[in-house]
Design a protein around this ligand. Structure first.
Ligand SMILES: [Zn+2]
Length: 235
């Protein structure tokens, strides 16, 4: 497996980038890891890096983007924070990765059995973590299917909140970053949400969240979210 160069990065389209990640995850789950020499890649990337994708994933020890997409050194920008939440510092990192460093695709990757999502479902309060978990509360609020046992003890509820959180993060990126929004509109980069299954190793891309060449609205809109008559409040 070859290290990405300026030329290979420039000729990669957002759709190619998505395909590389699909192929990489397929290699991961079939245990057919690409043959790469990491020490050689250290040498090949000594003068620069040309990653084709940017992945926002959780700090969870099972969700290392390089491993689950079978990527090597210099292949992807990896942003990690509990719950894969988006804030202005994360947006700044994504803007650098795409606008300055030429990456072609942003993936927001949530995962099953996420401790941060479960903590938000249970309204956990703990020091600075409370501030982070509060960013997930709108996703808990917008989960309307579950009427009983709205806690982390209900796996279906947790899975629903996880998917909602990913979709809201995708939409937050284009709402809060003019830089990335413009790049998506011009088709220079793509943006998509995905959920990783910690039991199977499979990444499921949420195809309906793909933005490439156009901005789509699917979650911040209360109607689209299937919301009831309750008002949006502080979301
Ligand atoms: Zn997590």
């Amino acid at each position: 497996m070859r290290t990405h160069t300026r030329e290979s990065q420039q000729t990669t389209t957002p759709k190619d980038a998505l395909e590389y990640l699909r192929e990489g995850n397929h290699r991961f789950v079939t245990n057919l890891k690409a043959n790469r020499n990491l020490l050689q890649q250290v040498n090949e990337t000594r003068d620069g890096q040309f990653p084709f994708a940017t992945i926002l994933s959780c700090i969870d020890s099972r969700t290392s983007a390089e491993l689950i997409f079978d990527q090597g050194l210099g292949d992807i920008f990896s942003i990690r924070i509990a719950g894969s939440i988006v804030n202005t510092d994360i947006l700044g990192s994504m803007e650098f990765a795409c606008k300055v460093a030429g990456s072609k695709l942003i993936v927001v990757l949530g995962h099953s059995k996420c401790g941060a999502i479960r903590g938000a479902c249970d309204q956990i309060q703990l020091g600075n973590l409370s501030t982070l978990l509060n960013k997930i509360q709108p996703a808990v609020y917008f989960e309307r299917k579950t009427t009983a046992n709205r806690t982390s003890a209900n796996p279906e509820f947790v899975a629903n909140v996880t998917a909602i959180q990913v979709k809201r993060s995708v939409e937050t990126i284009v709402e809060q970053s003019v830089v990335l929004r413009e790049m998506i509109e011009k088709g220079e980069i793509g943006l998509i949400g995905a959920v990783y299954d910690v039991e199977t190793g499979l990444v499921e891309f949420l195809e309906e969240t793909l933005m490439l060449g156009e901005i789509r609205h699917f979650y911040l809109d209360l109607e689209a979210a299937g919301a009831d008559s309750r008002k949006a409040g502080g979301s």
